[in-house]
Design a protein around this ligand. Structure first.
Ligand code: UTP
Length: 278
């Protein structure tokens, strides 16, 4: 059974400067809740109640968010405002949080490898909190856990993107296994329109088997000197099986300003104003 979920949150969030100069990108609120809390809620709904953050300098607000604030609790205890803390209290009471730090931001692959001592020798989920997902049933990660229980291999979530956006993503080539599920045969990180093997882009949800750590260790730095997780997953695909899953739901790229504004509008209309709609 998968119980652990890794959140790499060490990146600089340069696309959101100056907002992210002293505040972690993952703490940017979508309406009244920080991005990272949506991600943790999705993981918990999927049964992943061991949450590990790979943090970096300037990210202490994330650890504080998932801890009790005694002064605040004392101030609002017994008042009508107490209800605003219900959701975060639930997470604090029911999730086991752990933290480690990535000292040099050498890419997503490197961030995941930094989490190895806290993950150990078991399959685990990965959530990139700046991809905000709302999925059918219990969410995108829960859909992926169901598939993992059936196939027992690494799974990446994918989405069809317009041709002129493939350069922002890892893009897969795959053989269709069934509706919405592909066996990966090739992957290219941030290809040009011409190089892209398809328009099926990997988004920020993964389930990784623990052999990924050795694969990352053996992956030389790729584009921009960063260790890309795509290269390590491609090794797994070549030696065994990697699945790409077209998830059922909606995703917002909250690492970009356009996606962030769309997510805010969506959440305001569908969740904040109408909490029954989620
Ligand atoms: P991004 O490239 O989207 O995030 O990395 P970023 O670097 O923070 O943002 P920009 O591009 O400068 O605006 C995807 C995810 O991987 C994490 C980021 O925190 C983000 O969640 N990451 C990236 C790390 O944890 N460490 C790294 O070295 C790189």
């Amino acid at each position: 059974m998968i119980r652990k979920c890794l959140f790499p949150v060490a990146g600089y969030g340069t696309r959101f400067l100056p907002a992210t100069k002293s505040m972690p990108k993952e703490m940017l609120p979508i309406v009244n809740k920080p991005l990272v809390q949506y991600g943790v809620e999705e993981a918990v709904k999927a049964g992943l109640d061991n949450v590990t953050f790979v943090t970096g300098r300037g990210k202490r607000a994330i650890a504080d968010h998932f801890d009790i604030s005694y002064e605040l609790e004392h101030q609002i205890a017994g008042t009508s405002k107490e209800k605003y803390l219900d959701e975060i209290r639930y997470l604090i009471d029911n999730v086991n949080f752990s933290f480690t730090r990535q000292n040099n931001m050498l890419g997503l692959g490197h961030a995941i490898l930094t989490g190895e001592p806290l993950i150990g020798d078991e399959a685990f989920g990965v959530v990139l909190a700046d991809d905000l997902c709302f999925g059918e049933d219990d969410g995108v990660m829960a859909q992926m856990v169901k598939l993992y229980n059936q196939f027992r291999c690494t799974i990446v979530a994918i989405e069809e993107v317009p041709e002129d956006e493939v350069h922002k993503y890892g893009v897969i080539q795959g053989e269709s296994m069934m509706e919405g599920l592909y066996r990966v045969t090739d992957m290219v990180e941030k290809p040009s329109k011409e190089e892209a093997p398809s328009n099926l882009a990997i988004i920020g949800r993964y389930i990784l088997t623990p052999d990924i750590f050795d694969k990352i260790r053996n992956t030389p730095p790729g584009r921009n000197g960063e260790v890309q997780i795509t290269d390590a997953i491609l090794q797994q695909a070549k030696e065994g099986c990697v699945l790409a899953y077209k998830f059922k739901g909606k995703r917002f790229d909250c690492g970009s300003v356009d996606g962030f504004v769309e997510a805010t509008n969506f959440c305001y209309q569908n969740i904040y104003k109408d909490p029954t709609a989620e």
